[in-house]
Ligand binder design. Structure first.
Ligand code: 5AD
Ligand code: SF4
Length: 470
């Protein structure tokens, strides 16, 4: 597709603003003060989408509430990555039948990744008749128009959007107050890992213009955000679709020139597109955190191939070796799937062995969950659930031991940390992050939130460090 077709024209965005105004006027004419509740599930990308949904709702005249039952409009912004996430959403949709019975005017919206699946849309159409509006991630920017249609026609509206997906700049956004912010730099995914539903629901890879990203980061830094995470399904392929020779490391270099006291992080990376140049640039840029999340998924080459990951265990290890050589003390994390269809115990133990060899700082571990429509869901999957669980527990045990050891190594040291909020704990009332994104529970006054501090580490466990400002 041509760039002009991918970037939504300003006139089309302006039309959405008109729909926002129409909804606002409709409520004003009724002297109504409508409330909306947005529940977001899943990854940071989805949280970022949720912030845009809230932005559009405010522009439509809603005030936000956390009480779904009492709200005039409820949005479930869903995740489709594993079956468990989907079941939770169907459960919550079921609960909403009660509030809808009490308030038939209530509008119920299902959006996000699940809503991008035709299978789910069909099930909702047939069996969840209290849901008024269903739209996938590709249709997000047209939310005001779709919502207007619901109010105007009093009919149910289903819209999956353009299957490739577009880029919409300038949508309103409600950000969490505080020190952390997220910036989507690209959307979609072209990789088609055989277990993953994301490419089906989020369309093809498309990169925002560097100028738009840079302007957004600059604005955030000026507004006082200090921990900014760049988001994309695979940020390492940022720019490939721009055909200008401008790639992710170039973007990092340009962001790094923005003056201020802040850290830049990014998720997620694909090993097949991570290059030595990326690591050199990370090492050189003072704002880029000394941290890398590089999902490996498996430590067995046959499984990696069946997953369509397009790298081997050996090339992964080589990448890590290089990254650590240019970034000493690099905090390294990864994602792992246990129980991919056809995986044997020996293959799962290869993954455990890789984890031992690399010594990750932390892991996100998942039991394989079949997603209808993906290649892997069609493969025979003979291993028993209990066996997979046993392999999974073994992996966790190895990682937890290692995480506890790494954390114990911090005790007595002084590290720089950013106080990012309150912890709710009496003895250690503050929560902070190191540059490597390690969680620190901190003594001190809440006036310190938002400050970078030198922190003496006094204790640790598997999940966190404990300390006090020096
Ligand atoms: N089953 C289990 N885990 C999955 N992931 C993606 N798809 C699946 C699936 N079908 C995991 C991968 C990915 C992370 C975001 O979720 O590890 O990196
Ligand atoms: Fe995020 Fe993937 Fe879940 Fe969608 S399916 S919300 S992209 S984790």
């Amino acid at each position: 597709m041509k760039r002009e077709e991918i970037v939504v024209p300003e006139e089309a965005i302006a039309r959405q603003r008109d729909f926002q105004q129409s909804i606002r006027s409709m409520f004003a004419a009724r002297e109504a003060h409508p409330t909306a509740c947005v529940e977001t599930y899943g990854c940071q990308q989805n949280v970022a989408d949720g912030q845009r949904i809230m932005g559009m709702l405010l522009a439509c005249g809603f005030t936000l509430t956390e009480e779904a039952g009492e709200a005039d409009l409820v949005v479930l912004n869903t995740c489709a990555i594993r079956e468990h996430a989907e079941q939770r959403v169907f459960g919550n949709l079921g609960i909403l039948t009660h509030s809808k019975r009490e308030n038939p005017e209530q509008v119920i919206v299902l959006c996000g990744c699940m809503a991008g699946e035709p299978r789910v849309a069909k099930r909702v159409k047939e069996s969840y008749r209290h849901v008024d509006l269903v739209f996938g991630p590709q249709a997000l920017w047209r939310f005001p128009e779709l919502l207007w249609q619901v109010y105007e026609t009093k009919k149910r509206v289903f819209d999956q959007g353009d299957s490739h997906g577009q880029i919409a700049e300038g949508l309103p956004v409600v950000r969490e107050r505080g020190v952390k912010a997220w910036v989507s730099i690209m959307y979609g995914c072209n990789n088609f890992c055989s277990y993953c539903i994301v490419p089906y629901v989020r369309g093809r890879e498309r990169s925002r213009d560097p100028a738009a990203v840079l302007a957004e980061v600059r604005e955030l830094v000026e507004a006082g955000y200090k921990d900014i995470t760049l988001l994309g399904q695979n940020v390492n392929s940022y720019g490939n679709d721009l055909d200008t020779g401008y790639h992710f490391p170039d973007l990092l270099e340009d962001i790094d020139k923005i003056p201020g006291d802040y850290w830049i992080r990014f998720i997620s990376s694909h090993p097949k597109d991570a290059t030595p140049r990326l690591f050199d640039v990370m090492a050189k840029c003072s704002h880029v955190a000394n941290q890398l999340h590089l999902p490996v998924q498996s430590g067995n080459n046959r499984v990696l191939e069946a997953m369509n990951r397009r790298y081997t265990k050996e090339t992964y290890l080589e990448l890590i070796r290089y990254a650590r050589s240019v970034m000493p003390g690099l905090v390294l994390t990864s994602d792992i799937i246990i129980g991919f269809p056809g995986e044997t115990e020996a293959e799962a133990m290869d993954t455990v062995a890789l984890v031992e060899e690399v010594g990750f700082d932390a892991l996100f571990t998942f039991l394989y969950s079949p997603r209808p429509g993906t290649k892997a869901a069609e493969l025979p999957d003979p291993a028993a659930r209990e066996d997979k669980q046993r392999w999974f527990d073994k992996l966790l045990e190895v990682q937890n031991d290692h995480s506890a050891k790494i954390h114990a190594g911090y005790v007595g040291k002084t590290v720089r940390a950013l106080v990012d909020g309150e912890s709710g704990d009496e003895e250690f009332p503050l929560s902070a992050r190191t540059e490597g994104n390690r969680l620190v529970r901190l003594k001190g006054d809440k006036a310190l939130v938002g400050r970078f501090l030198d922190v003496k580490i006094t204790g640790s466990n598997t999940w966190a460090l404990y300390g006090e400002p020096v």
